[in-house]
Design a protein around this ligand. Structure first.
Ligand SMILES: *Cc1c(COP(=O)(O)O)cnc(C)c1O
Length: 352
């Protein structure tokens, strides 16, 4: 190795100079991507991780210690729930209602798939009063709709896989803390456990993010059109869209998000599995897929996919019936998209 380069490397390793030594610890592509998301969320020092779940894991396991209590929203992303219910207890963390040992609360602003809106302001005030860290997963809402640090969050995270990167071709996460000690704990955990992002994925995500605002606004606009359209159809028993007057958390949604209802719409049709199968098959060109935030609209059926492990009663309790669908609205022409949903509804009606 060239002498001068070797000298610089030695200084980097000793932390005396800025630079890159080994890509598990950081690389230029991750840094550029982190900087973009930092700017959107109004923070600095964000860490890009290999997936959204790596970001969730860094926030929880990088910060908590054995014996700590942690509270999670009851409608979190499935894997986050599983991490809290199964893995954390196995490692000696507790999942309990708020106690003196409670260290952390993890919430999502808009829940999946029933699109309930969390009382972020109230929860943040409670956490602050009790000295509890508030972690907000901002994947569904994105900084276009809400910047959780401005509402009292201590840690904010994203599955960049979804709307941010936007093309269903990468897996990435991002996690940031206002407090430097917290940030360092998460960074060390990410580097030690190897939850490092691929440079190529970071580059793809950076490209994707150049159109983020345009994609988000267009998808949101179409989501509103689709929600209104579905609400006017006879074969639809329920439509959920956060900023619509009929939504159970409409007031809270408007207070937190303004008119940014985002790109997710959930709805319900009557009938059993035959009807839902008929709908899915007739909705030509709409990918039946659990992901969200892609340029193309995707349809998911929680009763047979994300929430199949629950009993019928447990699903009913959170409002998920057999005929319940979740839609991640993409960039298609709004009228054409509504037509495809009409075809699905007609087929579902015939099958019931
Ligand atoms: C997808 C998702 C995750 C997990 O992200 P991955 O990139 O799939 O690991 C976490 N939280 C929410 C809200 C998500 O939608």
């Amino acid at each position: 190795m060239h002498r001068r380069r070797r000298t610089r490397l030695m200084r980097n390793m000793k932390g005396r100079a800025q630079g890159y030594t080994y890509s598990r610890e950081g690389h230029p592509n991750a840094e550029v991507l982190a900087g973009r998301i930092d700017a959107m969320e109004g923070t600095t020092g964000g860490i890009v991780t290999s997936s959204g779940m790596a970001a969730v894991t860094a926030a929880l396991m990088g910060v908590l210690s054995a014996g700590d209590h942690v509270i999670g929203g009851d409608q979190l992303y499935g894997r986050s729930l599983r991490l809290m219910k199964e893995d954390l207890p196995r490692l000696g963390y507790f999942n309990a209602a708020i106690t003196p040992a409670t260290k952390m609360v993890l919430i999502e602003v808009v829940s999946n798939p029933t699109l309930r809106v969390a009382d972020v302001t109230g929860i943040a005030a409670l956490c602050k009063a009790r000295g509890v860290l508030l972690v907000v997963d901002n994947t569904f809402t994105t900084p276009r709709a809400i910047r959780p640090f401005e509402h009292g969050a201590d840690i904010v995270l994203h599955s960049v896989t979804k709307l941010m990167a936007g093309h269903s071709d990468v897996m990435l996460g991002w996690v940031a803390a206002k407090d430097e000690t917290l940030r360092k704990k998460m960074y060390d955990f990410v580097v030690t456990t190897g939850m490092t992002p691929s440079p190529f994925d970071c580059w793809l995500a950076e490209r994707g993010m150049m159109s983020f605002d345009l994609r988000f606004d267009r998808a949101q606009q179409t989501a509103r059109v689709l929600a209104d359209h579905l609400g006017a159809q006879k074969g639809v028993t329920k439509v959920l869209y956060p900023t619509n007057a009929s939504h159970p958390d409409h007031n809270r949604a408007t207070a937190l998000l303004g008119d940014q209802g985002c790109n997710m719409v959930s709805f319900e049709i009557p009938g059993g599995r035959a009807s839902t199968n008929a709908f899915t098959q007739a909705a030509q060109g709409i990918a039946f897929a659990p992901t969200l935030g892609d340029v193309g609209t995707t349809l998911s059926h929680p009763a047979s996919s994300s929430h199949r492990a629950l009993t019928v009663e447990e699903r009913a309790e959170i409002g998920i019936s057999e005929g319940f669908f979740r839609v991640s609205v993409g960039l298609e022409d709004p009228d054409a998209l509504c037509d495809v949903f009409d075809q699905g509804l007609a087929a579902a009606a015939d099958a019931s």
